[in-house]
Design a binder for this molecule. Structure first.
Ligand SMILES: [Fe+2]
Length: 300
């Protein structure tokens, strides 16, 4: 393990206490930042999103009206924060953004995001190899469901605080290189993704906390020792608490979230019988975090 100092080092309790105090004094939810649907994000909006991401690891935005070309509008938005490095997952559309809607054909059926079923607490790309972790994520509501489909959000740094306050040894267990394993993905006898073994909490070279997590009980393997098992149970229990830092948002058309891949979930939903009215979200994943001072590079 690296010899970290700073708030995420168990040995550096002073840094932790100072950082924790400031973190818990910040109101749990930042206000929505308005994005002009035609002009894009202005300087004040850029500063606000960067500041919200710095303090909360996420920012909420709302277009003045849902853009006619959401994919282009979202790409532009992401570029303000250096978010260009999009993860090519199994179902990504060519544009690099993934449209998330109920799909009834082909292999999509096997993936819960493309159904109306609930998705439990997780961070994106927890099954990715350790050198391709997802540190940034953008989620956008083009059209909400007729009923349900509510997003739950929790800053992963708050999860860290809740666990460390209960038992710092749980943090040590969750930072072990073999704490959490996702078995290989095998379809039709062919391995399409190898097993991923890694920590739940890790600290990037630049000192930021990263979390790799899924609350699912099947197809995940926790290290078989008492502390890791206790820590996994404590994480699950966290989401059952009435914690003011667990936020619920029913995103409306034109609203979205830009984040450092915080913990999130989705409740199940019911679509309108009219196929033109069904729930449509867009999601983009990035290998880097939200960069507050990124300059926009015009790519023509
Ligand atoms: Fe997700």
């Amino acid at each position: 393990m690296h010899a970290y100092s700073g708030p995420f080092a168990l040995a550096d309790q002073d840094s932790y206490i100072a950082w924790r105090k400031q973190k818990l004094q910040t109101p749990p939810c930042p206000p929505f930042v308005t994005v002009d649907a035609e002009q894009g994000l202005d300087v004040a909006g850029r500063q606000a999103i960067a500041e919200h991401c710095r303090r909360h690891n996420f920012a909420l935005f709302r277009f003045t009206e849902p853009p006619a070309d959401p994919e282009e509008a979202l790409r532009q938005l992401g570029r303000h924060f250096g978010l260009k490095d999009i993860d090519a997952n199994l179902c990504a559309e060519d544009s690099g953004l993934t449209e998330i809607t109920v799909k009834n054909t082909g292999t999509d059926n096997a993936y819960i995001p493309y159904t109306s079923r609930p998705i439990g607490w997780h961070t994106d790309g927890y099954y990715n190899p350790m050198h391709q972790q997802i540190r940034g994520m953008l989620l956008y509501c083009h059209q909400p469901a007729m009923e349900g489909g509510i997003s739950g959000l929790m800053d992963h740094e708050i999860a860290y605080i809740r666990l460390r306050d209960q038992n710092p040894e749980w943090i040590r267990a969750l930072m072990a290189e073999d704490a959490f394993t996702i078995p290989p993905n095998v379809e039709g006898g062919v391995q399409i993704r190898p097993a991923t073994v890694g920590p739940v909490f890790s600290v990037d070279d630049d000192g930021h906390l990263h979390m790799r997590y899924s609350a699912r009980q099947r197809n995940v393997e926790w290290k078989d020792d008492a502390l890791t098992q206790e820590a996994a149970a404590a994480l699950l229990a966290l989401f059952e608490n009435d914690d003011p830092f667990i936020l619920e948002w029913s995103l409306q058309a034109g609203e979205g979230l830009i984040s450092n891949n915080i913990l999130h979930r989705r409740t199940g939903f019911m679509d309108s019988p009219d196929p033109k009215q069904k729930r449509v979200f867009y999601r983009a994943r990035y290998h880097n975090r939200v960069r507050p001072n990124a300059t926009v590079i015009i790519e023509e």
